[in-house]
Write a protein that binds this ligand. Structure first.
Ligand SMILES: Cc1cc2nc3c(=O)[nH]c(=O)nc-3n(C[C@H](O)[C@H](O)[C@H](O)COP(=O)(O)OP(=O)(O)OC[C@H]3O[C@@H](n4cnc5c(N)ncnc54)[C@H](O)[C@@H]3O)c2cc1C
Length: 501
């Protein structure tokens, strides 16, 4: 059989592409190396407790907001979404000072202006700017000419410089950037577009799932199968085979039996990182060495050290918001990535699961995420989960203690409320999702070097496309927009994105 489209990887991007193409009448096949679908969205279970990996909350899911419109298309609004507190969806704790961010552009500006009355004009201009950028997120899909112009202008602008110029109070700058551990703050390179678009979406409204992120993947897999598509787990793509200037088939290894088979397709979409994708194209007339070098030389955003905690019952209240806690000796939250490069934990994100037990006043599970550089775990490269040496486990235990201590400064009593905890490092992510050096958000886009760092879905092989967080924007919203961009290379764009108009 020759499928109309074969998709490598079942991360959010891969599943959404399969869904779109199946919905448009194409025969699709998704190949996933792991036993479960979802990539970063996949959860894991220990002793019957379920923990999230790369999913904590999303923005813009309120009625008529951008992710709500996209998720309605994918049938994902049926899931049990739970809105975070509009009067404070995120709380930024810097030393002994604490600030809550409110939802809605006006509410956001008003709350901060109450604390910084002398800065109210700047705050209000900043909020209007975010609103404007947010309203343009679909421009590249709906109005290619003008749309690309605005986006490119913001992509080539430096986010740090924008904040320096437009917000004069350094503490206020820290607060406005304080919930940006969900992107990598790099003073020299972060595009204003990435910073503004992601922050804008969460200000519109912020949501958790009552359950784990894998519900998103499970729903998409169910829909793809219901539309006649195939989704194969434990199926690792080991080669993309080119013939006569086109991708012809994939070699796929069944991880349970060890057997290999060929899967043929007319179009191929890779949800894997571009580096991993290219490593699978062993012989090619289309891909020149200069393109391979360009991809191999790309920098990756940082990874995370994560602590997944099962809490003792009735000890820690459920907070309907996230905490971003920073060490008091940190000058700027924009120094976090640099500090992580030196092995230091100076800022963490704390997120709780919505309680599902009988007493909803108390949290049952809590995750701590701290940016981390791959260099800290490089010495254990090549080892696999379950076989890693005692030193690695000791290293993780020390890090976990540091994270819990820091979180305890934000949520008092946390240290004594830990029943069990599990940890992961960039090595874990690299092993499970194939993320290069365990990067959390994929390729580092550089506002000074967009031509090299911003990739389009097209590759030098005409029927091999890319999708996922390494292109355009990362995160659930960014990946969803990119899925539409990737599929619009195959389907008629206007018809495909008409539901966004
Ligand atoms: C710790 C962490 C926390 C995050 N928190 C949030 C959050 O709260 N909100 C948010 O919006 N975003 C969050 N993100 C980002 C978000 O999870 C990602 O941007 C998004 O899920 C990435 O999706 P993707 O489609 O690009 O691919 P991925 O999820 O990376 O999926 C790639 C898939 O390809 C598979 N694969 C790899 N190699 C092969 C092969 N050879 N053959 C077959 N399959 C293969 C992998 O197993 C995987 O399933 C977080 C990320 C991390 C790491």
């Amino acid at each position: 059989m020759i499928y109309d489209a074969v998709i490598l990887g079942s991360g959010l991007g891969g599943l959404q592409c399969a869904y779109i193409l199946a919905k448009n009448g194409m025969s699709v096949c998704v190949l996933e190396k792991n036993a479960n679908s979802g990539g970063c969205l996949a959860s894991f279970k220990r002793k019957n407790e379920e923990f999230d990996t790369g999913f904590h909350y999303v923005g813009a899911l309120g009625k008529g907001q951008i992710l709500e419109r996209i998720f309605s298309y994918f049938g994902l609004m049926e899931l049990p979404w739970h809105q975070l507190d509009c009067n404070g969806f995120d709380e930024i704790v810097i030393g002994d000072k604490s600030f809550r961010l409110s939802c809605g552009y006006d509410g956001f500006a008003q709350t901060l202006s109450d604390v910084f009355p002398s800065q109210s004009k700047q705050i209000s201009a900043y909020s209007s700017f975010l609103k404007d950028v947010g309203s343009k997120i679909t421009d590249p899909l709906l109005k290619p000419g003008d749309g690309f112009f605005t986006v490119n202008r913001l992509l080539s602008q430096n986010a740090w410089e924008y904040l320096q110029t437009n917000i004069s109070d350094p503490l206020l700058r820290n607060i406005l950037s304080g919930n940006s551990l969900k992107l990598e703050l790099k003073k020299e390179s972060l595009p204003l577009y990435t910073f503004a678009q992601i922050n804008s979406s969460y200000i519109q409204s912020a949501w958790r799932l009552k359950g784990s992120g894998s519900m998103i993947a499970d729903s998409l897999v169910g829909s793809i199968r219901a539309m006649g598509g195939d989704v194969f787990m434990s199926s690792e793509v080991t080669e993309i085979v080119e013939k006569d200037g086109r991708a012809e088939h994939l070699t796929v290894k069944d991880k349970k039996s060890g057997e290999c088979r060929k899967i043929f397709g007319r179009h191929f979409i890779s949800n894997l990182s571009p580096e991993l994708t290219l490593s699978l194209v062993k012989e090619s007339k289309c891909i020149r060495p200069v393109f391979r070098r360009r991809i191999l030389n790309l920098n990756q955003t940082y990874g995370f050290f994560t602590v997944n905690i099962k809490l003792k019952e009735g000890k820690i209240p459920y907070f309907n918001r996230n905490f971003y806690c920073y060490s008091p000796d940190l000058d700027s939250v924009w120094d976090i990535a640099e500090q992580a490069d030196m092995g230091k934990i100076k800022g963490i994100l704390i997120s709780q699961q919505v309680p599902s037990g009988p007493d909803c006043r108390y949290a049952t599970h809590l995750d701590i995420l701290a940016p981390m550089s791959y260099s800290e775990v490089r010495e254990w490269e090549g080892t696999t989960p379950g076989t890693r040496p005692a030193e690695y486990r000791e290293f993780k235990a020390r890090k976990a203690e540091e994270c819990i201590q820091m979180a305890n400064n934000c949520i008092s009593g946390l240290k004594d409320a830990v029943e069990t905890c599990y940890t992961s490092t960039p090595l874990t992510y690299q092993y499970y999702t194939g993320a290069i050096r365990g990067t959390a958000y994929g390729i580092r886009k550089d506002c000074n070097n967009l031509l090299q760092t911003l990739l389009a879905p097209r590759t030098p092989i005409p029927n091999l496309l890319l999708t996922g967080q390494n292109l355009n924007l990362h995160g659930v919203l960014g990946v969803s927009i990119t899925s539409l961009m990737t599929c619009s290379e195959i389907l008629e764009k206007r018809a495909l994105v008409s539901f966004l108009e």
